[in-house]
Design a protein around this ligand. Structure first.
Ligand SMILES: Nc1nc2c(c(=O)[nH]1)N[C@H]1C(S)=C(S)[C@@H](COP(=O)(O)OP(=O)(O)OC[C@H]3O[C@@H](n4cnc5c(=O)[nH]c(N)nc54)[C@H](O)[C@@H]3O)O[C@H]1N2
Ligand SMILES: Nc1nc2c(c(=O)[nH]1)N[C@H]1C(S)=C(S)[C@@H](COP(=O)(O)OP(=O)(O)OC[C@H]3O[C@@H](n4cnc5c(=O)[nH]c(N)nc54)[C@H](O)[C@@H]3O)O[C@H]1N2
Ligand code: SF4
Ligand SMILES: [Mo]
Length: 710
């Protein structure tokens, strides 16, 4: 195999995040770790972060599952594929007969290829006959997606190519720490940084916030969970200072008068009181964004993973619209999609309310169209299911789930209120987990099915800029593992399912393209063959092309062609009582770990950089609790307790503690979080939780004796 640049190996993309850095993977020998090199591409320009560089190590990991496993007592025994698949089909049939098809659930993932995500939605609705399918993108992109849909009529994370940011004079990043979560992305901030126009909004002085230091950028450090007030205040300031783009508002948007009234009570002093951001900084930011030299507003999980995440994302969009930034040639608004296929994963039907092409499952025309492609009558496609948190909460409930099939998520670590999720999994009559490793969730399974990894399969991914990319096979998988397309095919056959389930990714893509035709996310002009020519494939890409690198230049996707200003209200939260040890917990990511850690905790170099969870605490807060750097600390909420070491740092607000969520067992941040969700998107509140923080005195007997003698 030789890629387009003449490098030997498969031209593919990184298995991890949505930046989908381009790389070449070359098999060195049948058993050794394949070689990874960065490949020139507009998003990463040859660069990779350390997760990308070490990604191939997992292909040959000794911890890999290489044969199906069936529960036996506390452990597992190896099984043949036939035995495992027969067992699953038998139990699914029995549970359906007793409790109805909705007793069987499916949990998908934003890391699945477009082909697998599409097939999973079809398999759930037709082969299992269930409405109960949702996926981990609910934890990730759902708030931003809901806000994008209501404002623009369509949701594509970045409605412009990433490298257009290079020309910007001002970029405001709200709740996004790209320096750790997408390192090569910071190359695209260089222009704005040099122009003194990088603005970062984060309660921590994150690695990204530190980039504002040179060149006169601005770091706003609001209290966690107050971004909505901050954005309402900035919008108010822009309007009151005469900085709004009146001409743009008149011609390209609707709802300005209502919006203006809705922000009028958020005068700067009041915003300062709620957020802690000084009035002078608010004015500086408003003026900078309105300076007219190319401004972008981008949001990340820090502002979206809240119970008011959709409204917060809407407030960010409103600010961008009032400034006239969206659908123009040199400015914009966007959200930074997280998972490798977080964008495509939300388009092809693994979401509870959705059919392929980003269609609504309740829309009769959409059902008709998709049913025709599937070769079934529309009535047999179930109606909408329930979002992820509700789906997981229904395990063990009357009329809830009795069986769950998990494809590409480790909910025991990544779902909110994880102790309850564990308890729910234990009530199931059947848990099937497809994975490469025995994740914390797979450890609860009745059947674990080993699947192919990224470099062992063909497929497509849709990156954060809405560009459809080819994932290519570079190495042979271990003999015992199978692709998920094959698994769905085999199970569908055993269940005598309607519809056909191809095992060939290119064929599945062709079907997906037909199913998406005419929908908001239209892929109908694309095929593996066309993608292999290297065409820049930004969706919508209808038959004949040419695709859409920059969206909304002419009009928005609502019937009247206008963007909607959606007035939103802040319900300011009461900050935790200023008692000693009562603080706001925020959770997030570290450079060298990925998500629930199933993959990166198995890479020695990455583990060496972040072997354990550490709670980041301000020196003043630490001193007040009698804690020094490296001491043991205990964080607790009514739901659970985490013990870990403390990392004392002036980079965080004194009222806030930060914990990464990549670790398992007693270090798992989601033992503390609450399963409260945004009423519009179903997004859980991952980013602010009231916690009690206390020092742990060494409980070891020797230490107690030392203490006694003193
Ligand atoms: N290294 C690494 N990279 C990743 C991932 C990973 O696990 N590890 N995951 C990928 C995925 S799926 C995603 S979704 C993206 C996420 O990428 P990001 O959104 O950049 O990641 P987070 O660390 O979750 O959150 C970003 C920042 O939000 C801040 N924050 C917390 N609470 C608040 C708040 O109330 N207001 C504001 N303004 N900020 C707040 C945190 O301090 C943090 O610095 O990263 C992707 N890339
Ligand atoms: N407290 C807190 N919790 C959070 C967040 C936070 O910021 N704070 N962030 C949330 C966000 S944004 C996200 S995206 C979620 C992510 O959390 P998870 O949904 O747990 O995501 P991963 O850890 O990537 O889990 C993917 C699992 O599937 C496996 N896998 C990878 N690719 C495939 C595949 O193609 N097929 C199959 N069958 N398996 C595969 C991996 O080995 C791994 O076990 O966590 C959420 N949880
Ligand atoms: S930034 Fe994301 S896509 Fe690029 S190498 Fe790192 S993890 Fe992979
Ligand atoms: Mo995510």
């Amino acid at each position: 195999m030789t890629d387009a640049d003449g490098q030997v190996g498969a031209a593919t993309h990184c298995p991890y995040c949505a930046l989908q850095c381009a790389m070449t993977v070359r098999a060195v020998d049948p058993v050794g770790t394949p070689e990874v090199t960065g490949r020139e591409f507009p998003t990463n320009r040859g660069g990779l972060c350390k997760k990308g560089w070490t990604s191939a190590e997992l292909l040959r990991s000794s911890q890999r599952i290489v044969e199906p496993m069936i529960r036996e007592g506390e452990g597992f025994r190896p099984a043949s594929w036939d035995e495992a698949l027969d067992l699953i089909a038998d139990r699914v049939r029995a549970i359906r007969a007793e409790s109805g098809a909705d007793a069987v659930g499916v949990f998908g993932g934003g890391g699945l290829t477009n082909e697998k995500a599409y097939q999973l939605g079809k398999f759930a609705r037709l082969a299992l006959g269930t409405s109960r399918i949702d996926y981990n993108g609910r934890f990730c992109m759902s708030s931003a997606a809901a806000a994008g849909n209501r404002a623009f009529g369509v949701d594509r994370g970045l409605p412009f190519p990433v490298d257009h940011l290079d020309e910007a004079a001002t970029i405001m990043l709200l709740g996004s720490n790209v320096a750790e979560t997408m390192p090569p992305f910071i190359g695209h901030l260089a222009g704005a940084r040099a122009a003194g126009g990088l603005i970062v909004v984060d309660p921590r002085r994150s690695a990204t916030a530190k980039l504002t230091a040179e060149g006169g950028g601005i770091h706003l450090q609001p209290a966690p969970g107050t971004d909505l007030v901050l954005l309402l205040g900035l919008t108010h300031l822009v309007i009151e200072s005469g900085l709004a783009d009146r001409d743009y508002l008149e011609h390209r948007t609707s709802g300005f008068e209502r919006l203006r009234r809705s922000v009028s009570r958020w005068w700067p002093e009041r915003v300062q009181q709620h957020t802690g951001v000084p009035v002078a900084q608010l004015r500086q930011v408003a003026a900078r964004l309105a300076s007219g030299r190319g401004s972008y507003i981008l949001t990340g999980r820090g502002v979206e993973q809240h119970v008011d995440g959709t409204d917060t994302a809407s407030a960010a969009i409103n600010l961008a619209l009032v400034l006239g930034l969206v659908g123009t040639a040199h400015s914009g608004y966007g959200t930074l999609t997280g998972q490798g296929n977080g964008q495509g994963g939300r388009e092809h039907g693994q979401k509870s309310d959705q059919l392929p092409g980003y269609r609504k499952i309740v829309d009769p025309d959409a059902r008709e169209h998709v049913a025709r492609v599937w070769g079934v009558p529309p009535e047999i496609i179930p109606g909408p299911g329930v979002p992820a948190v509700e789906l997981l909460a229904s395990m063990g409930q009357p009329d809830g789930l009795r069986a769950l099939l998990v494809h590409g998520s480790n909910v025991v670590v990544s779902a909110p209120d994880a102790a309850r999720v564990r308890a729910g999994l234990e009530t199931l009559d059947l848990l099937v987990v497809c994975d490469f490793f025995l994740s914390e969730t797979a450890a609860f399974a009745d059947v674990v099915l080993p699947v192919t990894q990224w470099a062992e399969e063909e497929g497509t991914m849709t990156s954060l800029e809405g560009r459809v990319l080819r994932r290519r096979k570079a190495v042979e998988p271990p003999a015992g593992v199978r692709s998920e397309l094959w698994i769905m095919h085999e199970l569908a056959e055993r269940l005598a399912a309607p519809g056909s389930y191809s095992t060939d990714a290119a064929e599945v893509f062709d079907e997906l393209a037909r199913a998406s035709a005419g929908g908001p996310a239209d892929y109908s002009g694309l095929s593996h063959e066309l993608l292999d020519t290297g065409v820049a494939a930004f969706w919508p890409y209808p038959a004949g092309g040419p695709g859409t690198p920059r969206m909304f230049l002419e009009s928005f996707a609502h019937p009247d062609g206008r963007a909607r200003l959606v007035p939103v209200q802040a319900h300011p939260r009461t900050p935790p009582a200023q008692r000693d040890g009562t603080m706001t917990l925020i959770t997030g990511r570290l450079l060298g770990q990925y998500q629930s850690g199933t993959q990166t905790r198995r890479v020695p170099e990455l583990m060496a950089s972040h072997p354990h969870a550490e709670a980041q605490l301000h020196p003043a807060a630490a001193a007040g609790l009698g804690l020094a750097d490296g001491d043991q600390v205990e964080l607790s909420t009514p739901r659970g307790t985490v013990r870990c070491r403390v990392a004392v740092s002036a980079d965080i607000r004194y009222d806030t503690v930060f914990l990464p969520f990549h670790f398992a067992d007693g270090e798992s941040a989601n033992l503390l979080t609450e399963a409260a969700t945004d009423p519009i998107s179903g997004m859980p509140e991952f980013k602010t939780t009231t916690v009690e923080v206390r020092a742990v005195r060494d409980p070891a007997p020797s230490a107690v004796m030392v203490g006694d003698r003193g």
